[in-house]
Design a protein around this ligand. Structure first.
Ligand code: AHM
Ligand code: MG
Length: 339
């Protein structure tokens, strides 16, 4: 018999693609106590995103556009796709066996997984379909999520939910746009993965995203200018002299552009929305976490966004996020006002 010979083969040659699952698995080696639970949870989120991406594409053809005729706890009209996306993510997360409590924009109360054997150690906060007002006209929308750990999965408490954003262990979003992209951070930078619909996998396309320290784009709903406080007005007056304006009206898309091109996105608290519009647990925190992980900054104007402690699961806050120096300009105007 001829002797078996061994050749060495290197990792990362030619057609070698890094899938999201492979990347998440590889991160486990940096965490000695890792159990693989987060990998499984993220796999279920990945599945939910693929499922929603496919439904968003078909929406106009299979009667998924339009309203359900009901309003959510925040008094907003619920779209058919909002409801479907919520159902898809709930089921995906429950079946992962790694979630303990779910907090969704569409559900009034936090949902505890009933079956103790199906409970894991994670709290997932999510907006299943953000940018609802853009659904029916085919403009980019997305899913946003944040992941915390629960202290005791047998007895989750309100304290597990109402905590600051620095305690997030992972956050991300998936954008359903001209391409479908998942942006994820597990606390060691930010990476982007594009869905290849032909093979059904998210492939790493934007490794280690870093925001430039200053951008050239400001993104804010200027239709609210008359309601803005003085620092917000002053800021808009200042940047419009030198920056371009871009505003999609879907937070996921506006943040995606900000991450890739730099600049600033703001939805400040104002006379109309006294506590801001965007929700802390599943819009503000995940996006602030990603922006900080990419070297940017996130503020309410007067404090770091990740230091907020919400008093209720659906609490809102004003928010400015983006390139560090741009956000610092906003902070300086708020400081000036306080003097
Ligand atoms: P939604 O979660 O009901 O879709 O609302 C959140 C959206 C964000 O995506 C976006 O940044 C903001 O609302 C846009 O609000 P407006 O239409 O007031 O500019
Ligand atoms: Mg939303």
């Amino acid at each position: 018999m001829p002797e078996t010979k061994f050749d060495e083969i290197a990792v990362g040659r030619g057609t070698d693609l890094v899938t999201l699952t492979r990347w998440v698995l590889a991160q486990q080696q940096y965490v000695p106590e890792a159990t693989g639970d987060l990998t499984l949870l993220l796999t279920s989120i990945q599945f939910g995103c693929k499922f929603v991406a496919s439904k968003v594409k078909q929406a106009g053809l299979v009667n998924l556009l339009g309203l359900t005729g009901t309003a959510n706890v925040q008094g907003e009209d619920v779209k058919k796709l909002d409801l479907l996306a919520n159902d898809i993510f709930r089921n995906a997360l429950i079946s992962s066996g790694k979630a303990c409590v779910l907090v969704s924009e569409e559900d009034e109360n936090a949902m505890v997984i009933q079956d103790h054997n199906q409970r894991g150690k994670y709290i997932v906060t999510f907006d299943p379909l953000d940018g609802s007002s853009n659904i029916d006209c085919g403009v980019s929308i997305g899913t946003i999520f944040g992941i915390f750990k629960v202290a005791d999965h047998e007895n989750p408490t309100e304290k597990d939910l109402l905590r600051n954003g620095r305690e997030l262990i992972a956050a991300g979003y998936c954008m359903y746009g001209s391409y479908c992209e998942m942006i994820l951070s597990v606390g060691n930078g930010v990476n982007g993965f594009t869905l290849d619909p032909a093979i059904g996998e998210f492939i790493m396309t934007h490794p280690d995203i870093k925001l430039p320290p200053r951008g050239k784009i400001y993104s804010i709903n200027e239709g609210n200018y008359k309601h803005f406080d003085e620092p917000s007005r002053k800021y808009v007056d200042m940047v419009k002299q030198k920056y371009s304006a871009r505003y999609v009206g879907s937070m996921v898309s506006d943040i995606h552009r900000t991450l890739l091109y730099g600049g600033i996105f703001g939805y400040p608290a104002d006379a109309k929305s006294k506590r801001g519009k965007l929700r802390i647990l599943y819009e503000v925190f995940p996006m602030a976490f990603l922006i900080e992980q990419a070297g940017g900054k996130a503020t309410t104007g007067t404090m770091d966004a990740l230091d907020i402690i919400p008093e209720h699961i659906h609490d809102r806050s004003g928010i400015w996020l983006g390139s560090k120096e741009d956000v610092e300009d906003v902070e300086a105007l708020y400081k000036q006002q306080q003097q």
